[in-house]
Design a binder for this molecule. Structure first.
Ligand code: 5GP
Ligand code: ZN
Length: 142
């Protein structure tokens, strides 16, 4: 069974696994992703364990994204990135491999960067957009 004891990012928070730290405060840690998809690729995590985006309390979520913005600004100012992608994979189907919520900040330098996120449009005529929107809004938590 998966526990916080086994969680790689909890181990990084506890200092049991090394990381290359970019930023730290009471609640949030930012460190370089080991894969460096582009130079400066950074992960932002809450120190407290939550499996993924769906479970993070909103105040903490705000703190994590605020650090993601700070790091993005530093990537632009310091590493001369021309832009960034902010990516949150949620659950295995969406590519989440580490089950401790994290935000990827991926600096972009050129159109040749290894990462490319394409939105491939569907034939919108075949979809009932008002029904889809209603199914979402009806389930929004107060
Ligand atoms: P996910 O696929 O869950 O959204 O992203 C997990 C990320 O964690 C991957 O980009 C992967 O490169 C990164 N990662 C995996 N193991 C380690 C590690 O031990 N240290 C660091 N810094 N990053 C890691
Ligand atoms: Zn964890």
């Amino acid at each position: 069974m998966y526990t916080k004891e086994d969680c790689l990012f909890c181990k990084i928070v506890r200092g049991e696994v090394p990381c290359t730290k970019v930023y730290e405060d009471e609640d949030v840690l930012a460190f370089l992703d080991i894969s460096q998809t582009t130079v400066g690729h950074t992960l932002i995590i809450p120190k407290e364990h939550f499996d993924n985006f769906l479970f993070v309390p909103k105040d903490l979520l705000g703190k994590v994204f605020s650090v993601a913005q700070k790091v993005s600004q530093a990537l632009v100012a310091g590493l001369r990135a021309k832009g960034v992608n902010i990516l949150v994979n949620t659950n295995e189907i969406a590519g989440q491999t580490i089950m401790h919520f994290h935000v990827h900040v991926i600096p972009r330098y050129s159109t040749e960067d290894a990462i490319k996120i394409d939105f491939i449009p569907r034939e919108i005529g075949k979809l009932n957009l008002p029904k889809i929107a209603n199914d979402i809004s009806f389930n929004l938590k107060k």
